[in-house]
Every structure is written in C-alpha cells, then in structure tokens.
Write a protein that binds this ligand. Structure first.
Ligand code: PMP
Length: 402
C-alpha cells in the first residue's frame, strides 16, 4: 500500500510581496477602530448606514421576483458593462439630477469603490501626478497609491477645494487627474458651490487634466438646494463620475457605477474584466427590479428625514461636547461632521481615552495625504438614533474634560 509523502520543506526564501503593497501604509488607527465595535461603545467612527432603514420587504420581494421570473438568467454569467435595465435606471436618475446620461455611458461596478479602482487602473501610470483634496477619502487615496500615482494634496478650506491653489499646482505639475468629492465630502461634509465648480472644471479644461467626481452622497441632502454635478458643467469626457447604491439602498449589495464617455469606456471595461468579469448578476437584476417597482424614492425620502434628525442631534450636542475654541462643519447632507479642536489637541492620542468612556470617532490624521492635522476628527451621524447620539456627545464631553 502506498502512503502519501509530506511535501519536503521549502529550502529557498519566498519572494517578497510587490513593492506597491509593501509601500501601502498599514494604520495603527485601524487596529484602534476595531475596538470601537465592542458592545456598549457609541461609535461615531464607522460611517455605517442605518440598518433599520433598509427596505427589507422591498429587497425580499425583488430577489424573489427575479428568481421566480427568470432564475436561470439571474444566476448566469452576464456582460461586464452590467445589467441593461439597471444601467438605464441609473442613467435616468443621473438625468433627473441635471446630468443628461445614456444607459450606454454607465458601467455597473461592485460598489463605487471598485469604480475608483478601475479608474485608477485605466488612467494612472506609475509616477503620474494625481491631485487630491486635503483631507480626502482614504480608500480612494489607496487606489491611486497602488496604481503608482504621485499624490499631491490641494489645500481645501471652508468652501471646499481651493481653486487658486489648484490652478497653481496644475500649472507647475501637469497632473493627469484631480480626484474630488464635491458634494457632502468624506470626511468633511463640505460641498463645493456652483461658482467654484465652474472654476474647477475651467482649470481642468485649461490645463488638460481629467476630473474624477466621486459622488455617493448627493441624494442624501437634508437642507439647502441641490448643486449641479461637475460633469454637467463641462464637455463630455472631462469629468468621469462614480456613484453608488450603498447610501441610498444598501451597502451590502455592493452596487455602484462609473459614468463615463466613449474615450474611457473600453479601458474601464478591460480593467473590470480583469478584476471580476462582472458584478453579481442576481444582485443587479434584483436592484433593477426594485428600481422599476418605484420603491426607491420613498425609501430615500425616509432615510433623508431620519438622517436630518440625526445630523441635528449631533450638531446640537457638539457645543457642550468639544473643547472651547473648537470648530466644526454643519453639512447640508451626507454622513459626516468634521471637527477641528484648538491647536495642541491630538485626537489620535485621545482615542484610547474615548474608548474608556465607551465612545469613538475617527482621528482626522489619516485623511491627510501629507502633513496630518492632529487636532481634527470625523464624526458620523447616521448609525444611531437621536437619543444615542445625545448620549454619545455627553460621553465625548467627558473625554475632552478629563
Ligand atoms: N467614495 C466615498 C467618498 C465614500 O465615502 C465611499 C464609502 N465610504 C465610497 C466611495 C465607496 O462606497 P461603495 O463602494 O460602498 O459604493
């Protein structure tokens, strides 16, 4: 009888991981944030949509319908660009928001995070300059860094990106791309006004770079008037946008999109083929069915009304919670408030003390591509109801008083 012999031990060293992964920053803060999930902690850190607002009945009905009506198709491989009906529905929503869009311009992605990654692959060569807001959405910075980009921060203030600084950097560095979240930005909650949007696209036109407009929050507006997307203010192709169902429907579906023009479409499709062939067929079909059922607008309206109350609860609690001399944003929508404490405070050093008080936030430092500001922090207001938010701000007050 033959017995299987164990594989002899390897005698040569294993090759190192790719340099781009080795260079990626691993964060101490991530380890600390894992502790914020401990029961009893009121966490303003996570940025999670409120699960009790998910339209479970609607989701159940749509998944049941697509499996009953055409189950084999829903479980089969499908085109890389995405489900035709879902692309058309996304295009119709963009068009309603003032951005005329054809279904052919839309590529469905596995969350908008994948859209960012595909665009980094399709657009960025190693060494290319990518301009980013400072502070900016961390996971987008990772996509560009992994593609080998040279990330250059553009200063951003109360009104969003500083357009004069942008023009100056563009003239000196010949960037390939500007990455921006112009509406209810992550992490600041700030929105760029129409005049500044026109100025940003004018700089892009003049200096010949593209703009990536990352726009997952625009439908979560609680006050003020909608502002046209950057992509609606310039010629086709200058601005490529990413959007998402994560904040208006459910993040676990992992459904987002890239809105592009023919000059970029083939590049994004090739990158997506290499990444995952296509986004889940059944999830796309269920989402298309859900949109066709007309339930989404009512669900978004409920979410907006509830998040408005939560934002107001957080803003009401902050004056007593934060040290004298602190400043913070009052966003018209989205999920985040950004606070700046007086010079000398270090929110990273304070996070363990916050956890002792069963409350958490995200320190602002990691959102800065360079030169972190230690006295900043991000607070998300969507996860808990107003009472828990009020209790959370009382705990924050104890953290900053002790
Ligand atoms: N862009 C921004 C600015 C975000 O805040 C997020 C999620 N936090 C994403 C993109 C990615 O979202 P998703 O992949 O769920 O669509």
């Amino acid at each position: 009888m033959t017995t299987l012999q164990p594989t002899p031990p390897t005698t040569t060293a294993l090759p190192a991981l790719a340099a781009r992964v080795r260079a990626a920053r691993s964060s101490v803060i991530r380890d600390l944030l894992a502790l914020t999930e401990r029961p009893g902690v009121i966490s303003f850190a996570g940025g999670l949509p409120a699960p009790e607002l998910f339209d479970l009945d609607g989701a159940r009905a749509s998944f049941a319908a697509v499996l009953a009506d055409d189950g084999p198709r829903a479980l089969q491989y499908s085109p890389t660009e995405g489900d035709r009906a879902l692309r058309a529905a996304v295009a119709a929503r963009c068009t309603e928001r003032g951005l005329p869009t054809d279904g052919a311009d839309v590529i469905i992605t596995t969350g908008s995070q994948q859209g960012l990654n595909l665009l980094a692959t399709a657009l960025v060569d190693p060494g290319d300059v990518v301009l980013v807001e400072s502070p900016s959405y961390l996971a987008a910075l990772q996509c560009f860094a992994l593609a080998g980009a040279r990330l250059v921060p553009v200063p951003s203030g109360e009104d969003g990106i500083d357009v004069d600084a942008l023009a100056d950097l563009a003239a000196r560095l010949a960037p390939k791309l500007l990455y921006t979240v112009p509406t209810f930005q992550n992490p600041t909650g700030r929105t760029l006004d129409l005049a500044n949007r026109r100025a940003v696209v004018a700089v892009a036109e003049q200096h010949g770079f593209r703009v990536l407009e990352d726009d997952p929050y625009a439908e979560l507006r609680y006050s003020g008037e909608p502002v046209l997307p950057l992509a609606a203010l310039t010629e086709p192709g200058r601005v490529v946008s990413t959007g998402s169902f994560s904040k208006i429907l459910a993040p676990g579906l992992r459904l987002g999109w890239v809105r592009t023009d023919p000059s970029l479409r083939a590049g994004v499709v090739v990158a997506k083929q290499a990444a995952d062939l296509h986004t889940s067929t059944v999830d796309q079909a269920a989402a298309a069915h859900y949109l066709a059922s007309g339930r989404l607008d009512a669900a978004v309206a409920r979410t907006r009304a509830e998040y408005r109350r939560r934002r107001d609860a957080l803003l009401a609690g902050l004056p007593a919670a934060l040290p004298a001399g602190s400043r913070w944003t009052s966003p018209d929508g989205g999920m985040f408030v950004w606070a700046t404490l007086p010079a000398g405070w270090d929110t990273t050093a304070l996070l363990p003390r916050a956890l002792e008080h069963d409350v958490a936030y995200v320190p602002g430092a990691p959102f800065f591509p360079t030169d972190p500001e230690p006295a900043t922090l991000r607070l998300s207001f969507t996860t808990y109801g107003p009472d828990a938010i009020a209790e959370g701000t009382r705990r924050l007050a104890a953290v900053f008083a002790s």
